[in-house]
Design a binder for this molecule. Structure first.
Ligand code: FMN
Length: 195
């Protein structure tokens, strides 16, 4: 008798720490969708695990901060990563970039970081019309540079203040379908790359 394979585990990381964040709201909906698709999910909240601004002198003295190591460990334990992030001044929010920078400094015995070979899915939300697409345009090459395998499909939800319902679901059918296909694509990627 064959035993059913373990569910894929996806770490969900929001790029906003704001209490009423549209991106955290959308991320929670995405996590629920991933679970409906058979995955297991963990949300890593940067608001609960603040990572100090990168400082090379502090790193030299004490190594990477505890929460950067926690995030690195959580990524290593996961089969894939989903990032849902706002766009700040047409780019990646500092809190997210700083977390990525510090995690990129946590290396294992082979010198690899948690990003090496990690499947990643991306989504963004903004009250603005572009939906944060410029943030993902900057984030993608950063993650590729770190060795992540980034899904080509992504969903950018514009007008988020109007179109996300109470569960964080986009009420515009085309956007909900794009988000669904993006999440499925992340799971296909994670399944293909799972050891
Ligand atoms: C410093 C800063 C810069 C911003 N720049 C952009 C921007 O370039 N494009 C955009 O669509 N929204 C921009 N916004 C608005 C954010 O999309 C909006 O505050 C959004 O609600 C933040 O995401 P959150 O709700 O998940 O916290 C900016 C907000 C801040 C605080």
């Amino acid at each position: 008798m064959t035993s059913p394979s373990a569910p894929l585990t996806i770490l969900c990381l929001p790029g906003s720490t704001r209490e009423g964040s549209y991106n955290r709201h959308l991320l929670r909906f995405c996590a629920a969708q991933l679970r409906d698709l058979g995955a297991s999910t963990t949300i890593f909240e940067l608001r609960d695990h603040p990572i100090p601004l990168y400082d090379g002198d502090e790193e030299k003295e004490g190594g990477p901060p505890e929460n950067a190591i926690k995030l690195s460990d959580a990524l290593r334990a996961a089969d894939g990563l989903l990032i849902v992030t706002p766009e700040y001044n047409a780019g990646v929010p500092g809190v997210l970039k700083n977390a990525i920078d510090y995690v990129s400094r946590v290396r294992d015995a082979e010198g690899e970081t948690a990003f090496d070979g990690l499947p990643v899915g991306l989504a963004s939300a903004s009250p603005g019309r572009l939906g944060g697409i410029r943030s993902l345009g900057h984030l993608r090459p950063i993650l590729v540079q770190l060795g992540c395998i980034v899904s080509p499909l992504q969903a950018c939800i514009g007008g988020a203040h109007e179109i996300l319902d109470q569960d964080g679901r986009p009420t515009v059918d085309a956007l909900a379908a794009l988000l669904d296909e993006s999440l499925r694509s992340l799971l296909r990627l994670a399944a293909a790359l799972k050891d």
